[in-house]
Design a protein around this ligand. Sequence first.
Ligand code: ZN
Length: 460
Amino acid sequence: MFDRRAPFLPRVFAAFFAFAYGLSAAIPAAQAQGRMPVVRDAEIEALVAEYAAPILQAAGLSRSGIEIVLVNDHNFNAFVAGRRIFIHTGALMTAETPNQIIGVIAHEAGHIAGGHQHRLREQIARAQTMAVVAALLGVGAAAAGAAADIGGLGGAGAGLAAGGAEAARRSLLGYQRTEEITADRSAIEYLERTGQSGRGMLETFERMAGSLALAGVNTDPYQLSHPMPRDRIANLKVLVEQSPHYSRRDPPALQLRHDLMRAKIAAYTAGRNAVDRLFRNDPNGLPALYGQAILSYLHGNPRDALNRIDRLIAAQPSNPYFHELRGEALIKANRPREAAEAYAKAISLSPSSSGLLRVGYGQALLATGQPDLVRKAAAELKNGLAREPEYVNGYRFLAQAYGQLGDIGAAELATAEGYFHAGAYRDAKMFAARAQTKLKRGSPEWLRAQDIIDFRAPRG
Ligand SMILES: [Zn+2]
């Protein structure tokens, strides 16, 4: 499963922190509007969680409920908002080694552990006050100029306002530069403590500085919303090279999983040329084959896809995600019973027991249309969604399963849940009210519907 249609409602300030702590200065329009295209995928989530776990522990954050959210965006970016670390699929695909992404996660963990967001909020308030005062002064001067009818002074007033705003902005960016350096140092510490090299982080930042220079953007550090100046990289290089772990390489098995992930992202988001380009040095390797299998599943005929998937499974029989892909291809080939078996196999092999795999399993069972299997589908979907309540698209299948079983009240409640977790509260309340007319008053389902009806949407 690589679901790109999963909507996500970031909490307050997400767009701003993307600006403040993102690795790239660009904020995609969707993010600025407060909605991000989030990717849900069991394989990628499990791998990135493994990358993050030791780092979060070293940062003292393993019990802080830090969540990693994958954003469907081809730009290289990662940023923090609240307890979430957002990582673009573009960053995962571009990073050549696990170590490069681990370095990025370490840097972002440094921002969280340092409490930078909280203090930044205070800085914003101060800067806003400065800007407001400057604007008032400017207006005052402009008004005075106009009243005295002295040519030119009105213009000076406007200039004063702009200058004040510029000073406020520079003060904010200066503050931000300090925090970037602090986050770099924390990152190096976490990598050191976990016996990992900082080389990947350095490589990533060097590449970003290089691409900024290549793009010919203004390199005045104050003009860059995310500073990546040469002195920052030079300092980092010295520290990274001092580490006894500097030359340590990622284990080959982890590198392979990383490359399989890159192949998957390339196949789903960028197409055949991207897969070919990524693995041109190893066109017959497992990652290239994985990418091709996904491409045939998406665009070719299911038989081709299944042939390739069987080769993948022959090479790695206990890779749960090859069985998951087989399940998806079998659903597409209209062989739902075999698809359900493939998903069951994937679940039995998956150490993370992801709710997403269970939703896939439920979807396959549902597709059989056989009442006993549809009943099982409803149970699996419910189970999967209990683990992944924010996986909005799963509720559609749950509603279908209940609908086929003739339980209309439960189907409407599932629909209400889907809307609720997508942030469409009006539709959620409408379906919850409809569900209540069919549910037994006071039952757990009825009470849940009441919770949705009573829910008051957070502002902002
Ligand atoms: Zn940063």
